[in-house]
Write a protein that binds this ligand. Structure first.
Ligand code: AHG
Ligand code: MN
Ligand code: MN
Length: 335
């Protein structure tokens, strides 16, 4: 018998919203709009080899990284899907140095959106999975149009967070504080359909660690000792180099994802507001942890839009273990 009980993202979010009588529907519409943007981006990603979205632009972003065409395309798709809806007071993107104001001609709303439009850009041209990461905060500033204060909020105050992974299938995974739920895009009906309800990290976790070992010469003694210990405990290594893909595997299989601080990157590489904090919310809601190596990611009080943080994320006991090794050599790890 064919299953007729299809739970779409729309139906799921509306059911979640019904639990909050005070909800205005703005939040629900933000997720709908993000899902639309994800479908448009997925369409281009899935034919990247055909249409001219492969390769670099002649621009360099605020991080000194060459902007890939698909970075720019994804950023514009999200911007254009979100800026006129009246649900947001402002936005922040990896690809924009400053806060993105809502154009005066459009109404504003009660939420701020931070996003990494395309994560894992270096993998676009070699057809390895990439993603989009988003974080939603409630507006806290006075006046109708938001600003930096609405973006520089501690991760614990996130209203929702999640990511899209453009892989063998396109999945949208999100939490609004009531567990983690995964939806797979069914291109035949153009809908994200609930495929992974109430995702929790497996317990016991698979023995997988994920880190770019090319940087080992720049690691602290504690970081080196940690990875040597994991190797002695018959762990296997997996590193895709796309945070969303490495995180998604860690969420479903368990294990430990690390992007440590090192002598060249004392604050790590990954950005707090639109990479570490949203994924930390998902990790904690799935029963895991996310740490700088010495404190919870979601307790960091942000001071700048694009600040980085060392990141240890995954199964609770593995993140705890990482913190013990790093503390052993007194390595300063993150703010
Ligand atoms: P982005 O493409 O948004 O700049 O992110 C790239 C990040 C992240 O996806 C990944 O975990 C990390 O860069 C890989 O960095 P290394 O190449 O230094 O390992
Ligand atoms: Mn990224
Ligand atoms: Mn990016």
């Amino acid at each position: 018998m064919l299953d007729t009980h299809i739970v779409t993202l729309s139906r799921h979010v509306i059911e979640q919203e019904r639990r909050h009588p005070e909800a205005t529907g703005q939040f629900t519409n933000i997720l709908f709009d993000l899902a639309l943007a994800a479908k448009v981006i997925a369409r281009e990603v899935n034919k990247a080899g055909i249409v001219d979205v492969i390769g670099r632009t002649d621009q360099v972003n605020v991080h000194g990284e060459t902007v890939q065409k698909l970075d720019e395309y994804a950023d514009l798709v999200i911007l254009n899907a979100m800026d006129h809806t009246g649900n947001l007071c402002c936005m922040a993107s990896e690809e924009h140095e400053e806060v993105i104001a809502i154009p005066e001609r459009f109404p504003t709303g009660d939420y701020a959106l931070m996003y990494d439009p395309l994560d894992g850009s270096s993998n676009i041209d070699v057809n390895v999975s990439i993603g989009t990461i988003f974080s939603i905060h409630r507006k806290v500033s006075e006046g109708p149009r938001g600003g930096l204060d609405d973006c520089l909020q501690v991760g614990r105050r996130q209203i929702a967070a999640g990511y899209v992974v453009y892989g063998s299938s396109t999945m949208l995974v999100y939490t609004s504080g009531a567990g983690v739920h995964g939806f797979t895009l069914d291109p035949s009906i153009g809908e994200f359909v609930l495929s992974h309800p109430k995702v929790t990290l497996p317990d016991p976790p698979n023995r997988i660690y994920s880190v770019n070992e090319a940087y080992a010469p720049q690691w602290s003694e504690g970081q080196r000792a940690l990875v040597e210990h994991l190797k002695s405990e018959a762990y296997t290594g997996r590193y895709i180099g796309s945070l969303v893909s490495d995180f998604h595997r860690t969420l479903l299989r368990g294990g430990l994802f690390m992007y440590p601080a090192d002598t060249r990157k004392p604050q790590g590489k990954l950005r707090l507001l639109y990479e570490a904090a949203p994924l930390a919310f998902v990790a904690e809601q799935a029963g895991g942890r996310a740490s700088t190596g010495s404190m919870d990611i979601m307790d960091i009080e942000p001071t700048s839009l694009h600040q980085s943080t060392p990141l240890y994320m995954g199964s609770r006991e593995m993140v705890d273990l990482a913190e013990r090794f790093l503390a052993a050599d007194g390595t300063p790890s993150g703010p």
